[in-house]
Design a protein around this ligand. Structure first.
Ligand code: NAD
Ligand code: TDX
Length: 339
């Protein structure tokens, strides 16, 4: 039997990394190719348990390098692409927007061209709820797939641009695509520049935890394993050209999230440090996942069970995040917060 080849971009990062492990273990009949540039956010040590498996392969490459990507697709003739690779941190997009356009917009367009050349079976583009902009604090409104795109940060604008290119390649060339738009993820291997792992790692070392503004901004949190299962379903069952929102109705203010973690770790709320707000800080995100639920998905974690599992994971994997925060990230953090 001819084996199917699945290219996963960004598989050394947080969500792509969890997805690669999930797919390698769940589908031994697929060959999984993890393509990643290994930027500051990419790390291969997380794949020690799967690197010896005969259905896992790693390719170091830049999605924004057209010649390299074209040659790779010509040689390997992938059947499927699941595209995670991106610059993903909103704060970095405020201080350095250019790389977001290069990686997220140009990189996606280069992948689409390469996929078109080899008549790919499916291209799943992993996007974000941030492309819809922000909602009011009134808790009755939600993002649906029909909500207009109104991105507010350079990060979300670059993701919305890539979404529109994916859509256009479907409309113009008939490329078999899906777009998923998920809410905030958390879980194992989350890079400690993002709120939840940052709070855990700083609380564990009794360091101040920066909370932007008054801490009342709301995010809708989903455990990364539930996001991986959602992408799995869309990959196999999604109707070509369709967008699917992913979220589990777990809205929390940032201050609630930080306090929950502090209490789980038995630390003091005195660690909380209200700092200058993020520029253009989106007030609230909240996903309506009805369309994906109708396809057969439902989350397995509540926020309470997921955050407990995640805190335990960080306690059991201190070496991983300590290595990460002792490198370039330390300099970034000092510049960002003067801490
Ligand atoms: P991440 O920053 O942890 O990982 C990104 C990965 O992409 C890294 O391994 C990095 O090395 C790689 N990469 C960056 N530039 C590259 C390039 N030019 N070529 C090849 N690889 C490159 O990001 P994440 O949080 O895992 O997010 C993955 C995807 O999911 C992104 O597209 C993001 O927009 C989307 N998303 C994230 C969240 C979230 O809460 N983190 C929620 C919804 C959607
Ligand atoms: O130190 C902090 N203090 C703080 O109050 C940081 C890093 C964040 N925050 C706030 C800002 C947000 O309201 O916490 C909230 C979450 O911030 P991030 O973890 O940076 O996530 P967010 O900006 O919401 O974006 C995330 O979810 C959507 C991912 O980084 C994106 O890649 C994804 O698309």
């Amino acid at each position: 039997m001819i084996r199917k080849k699945v290219l996963v971009t960004g598989g050394a990062g947080f969500i792509g990394g969890n997805f690669v492990q999930y797919f390698v273990n769940k589908y031994p009949e697929y060959d999984i190719y993890n393509l990643d540039l290994l930027t500051y956010a990419g790390d291969l040590t997380k794949h020690r348990d799967i690197e010896a498996k005969n259905n896992y392969f790693f390719i170091k490459a830049d999605i924004a390098d057209r010649a390299e990507i074209n040659a790779l697709f010509e040689r390997e003739k992938f059947d499927y692409v699941v595209h995670f690779a991106a610059e993903s941190h909103v704060d970095r997009s405020i201080s350095e927007p250019g790389i977001f356009v290069k990686t997220n917009v140009l990189g996606t367009q280069i992948l689409l061209d390469a996929a078109k050349q080899i008549n790919i079976t499916k291209f799943v583009h992993v996007s974000t709820d941030e492309v819809y902009g922000e909602l009011d604090f009134d808790l009755t409104t939600f993002f649906t797939e029909k909500t207009p795109l109104q991105p507010n940060s350079p990060y979300s604008a670059s993701k919305a641009s890539s979404d529109l290119l994916v859509r256009a390649y479907h409309e113009t060339f008939g490329l078999p695509v899906n777009i998923t738009r998920c809410s905030n993820n958390y879980g194992p291997y989350h890079f400690p520049e993002k709120l939840i792992p940052l709070t855990i790692s700083r609380a564990l070392s009794n360091q101040k935890i920066p909370v932007y503004g008054n801490g009342k901004n709301i995010r809708d949190w989903l455990h990364v394993f539930d996001h991986c299962a959602a992408i799995d379903l869309v990959f196999h069952e999604g109707l070509n050209g369709e967008v699917y929102n992913v979220g589990g109705h777990n809205e929390r203010t940032n201050i609630e999230v930080v306090k929950t973690i502090i209490h789980l770790l038995g630390k003091s709320e005195d660690l909380i440090d209200f700092v200058t707000d993020r520029l253009g800080h989106d007030k609230r995100y909240a996903i309506d996942p009805t369309k994906l639920e109708k396809l057969g998905w439902k989350p397995t974690y509540t926020f309470e069970t997921g955050i407990f599992q995640t805190v335990q994971w960080y306690l059991n994997n201190e070496q991983w995040w300590e290595e990460i925060i002792s490198g370039d990230y330390k300099k970034y953090f000092e510049q960002q917060y003067g801490l």
